[in-house]
Design a protein around this ligand. Structure first.
Ligand SMILES: Cc1ncc(COP(=O)(O)O)c(C=O)c1O
Length: 431
């Protein structure tokens, strides 16, 4: 069994060592960012499949097993056949933006207009462009210590200095802790509810307190609501809905949504951003023009179809993932690896401390011996130290994340059941 205090003898397949310094030939912030834990496990799983010729049980990827409804594919194909394959304006198709405005009003309680909605090629691109819209030299963004690694990477690439605040018990944010972590340079607070990777869903009081803090301090809020339809124990609350009665130019919440999760449109690449106010929308249009020119035209027709049938599709997909959660994750909770079932999202953080293995060793050995891929949790808790130019000069990982691993439970139920059974067998063999 691996001793945490001894150097590991595992191959450096997954390992992303801390303490690296910027090499003199790398001048950009991008060149100083290590690739994420997600990337590492992707590569390791692919390599194993090539070596053994056997399929890996993929619990590392947030790829749903359900598929988009037929009307989505038909709308896409029909748009291509009609020849709607030319450039579209930067903001997106007006019919889609109007459908989004209606959806935001009716489902999310957000008051907006098509002029403040930008359609994006996936919400990841929308998030990055939004960060670029808000970034200024030296500005800080507040992220939780346990975060989706892409949020951290994007913040660095956009030119923000990330400030990572500790989470309270059960991974919940505490406004007092956040206030203490902030500085006069803080400009943005990022909220992600339901959260990746923790599955935490914030309640109205928590969201109200975070928004109150941001408003009081003059920050912007980015609300990443990628998992809006995957709340199992309580309703999803959109942060911007709390601002709907304010004059538009006093609003501070920019909301980011995706078609990937709710409608299984991961490969279509379609998302949207509802900007808080007109000024921010105008700036983001410039950023988008310089980045993407526009979002794929036929994909936007698929999006219009998806929004028409959204109520049934989103409810069915939520039920499917919730069933997975209830059936497969309960076994992990009974085995003491999970304190409680995640209230939302697609992921669960397991604590494998009792195996005596650190997360990376656990993930690697589980993959090698059982063919099950999971993501080591420390990769969600990287702590970079930056130089004046915003380049990472060294990094480490929050020590408490050393025994955490993340699994996705949006996958095929039989795969999930097999993966969980093999994982439990592996844990038994370790102790
Ligand atoms: C929290 C969060 N936000 C945004 C995204 C981006 O999704 P997409 O770019 O497919 O819209 C993801 C994808 O995993 C996510 O987990």
């Amino acid at each position: 069994m691996t001793n945490l205090n001894q150097p590991s003898t595992e191959p450096a397949l997954l390992r992303s060592e801390g303490g690296t310094s910027v090499s003199p030939d790398i001048l950009s912030a991008a060149g100083s960012i290590p690739s994420s834990c997600l990337h590492g496990i992707f590569r390791a799983a692919e390599a194993r499949e090539r070596q053994t010729g056997e399929a890996v049980v993929k619990l590392h990827v947030g790829e749903p097993y359900y598929t988009p409804t037929d009307d989505v594919a038909e709308a896409f194909v029909a748009a291509v056949r009609r020849g709607e394959t030319r450039y579209m304006g930067i903001e997106g198709h007006v019919d889609l933006r109007e459908a989004i405005v209606e959806k935001l009003r009716d489902d999310n309680g957000i008051d907006t207009t098509a002029s403040r909605v930008l359609v994006t090629p996936g919400s990841c691109q929308g998030l990055f462009s939004l960060l670029k819209t808000l970034a200024e030299p030296g500005a800080e963004i507040l992220l939780p210590e346990l975060h989706w690694p892409v949020h951290l990477q994007q913040a660095l690439l956009a030119g923000f200095r990330p400030v990572l605040y500790p989470l309270g018990p059960d991974f919940r944010p505490d406004p007092e802790v956040i206030a203490a972590a902030a500085t006069p340079r803080t400009k943005v607070l990022l909220i992600n509810s339901p959260a990746n990777p923790t599955g935490v869903v914030l309640d109205a009081a928590e969201i109200g307190a975070l928004l109150g803090l941001a408003r009081g301090r003059g920050w912007h809020v980015i609300s990443d609501e990628a998992y809006e339809h995957f709340c199992y124990d309580r309703e999803h609350l959109s942060v911007a809905s709390l601002e709907r009665d304010l004059p538009v130019d006093e609003r501070i919440v920019h909301s980011v949504f995706t078609f990937s999760k709710s409608f299984a449109m991961t490969g279509y690449r379609l998302g949207y951003v509802a900007l808080a106010n007109d000024r921010a929308a105008d700036v983001m249009k410039v950023v988008q023009e310089a980045n993407i020119i526009g979002t794929s035209t036929p994909v936007q027709h698929a999006g219009i179809a998806a929004l028409k049938s959204r109520a049934d599709a989103a409810a069915a997909n939520r039920k499917a993932v919730q069933r997975n959660r209830d059936v497969a994750l309960s076994a992990l909770a009974r085995a003491g690896l999970l304190r409680e079932l995640p209230a939302g999202g697609w992921y669960a953080m397991l604590d494998v401390a009792r195996t005596g293995l650190d997360a990376e060793t656990f993930a690697l050995r589980l993959l090698e011996s059982k063919g099950v891929a999971v993501v080591p949790g420390n990769g969600f808790a990287m702590r970079p130290t930056l130089d004046e130019q915003g380049r990472i000069v060294s990094h480490d990982y929050a020590p408490w994340a050393r025994s955490l691993i993340r699994i996705a439970f949006c996958v095929d139920p039989a795969q999930l059941e097999t993966g969980v059974r093999l994982l439990l067998d592996f844990v038994d063999e370790c102790v």
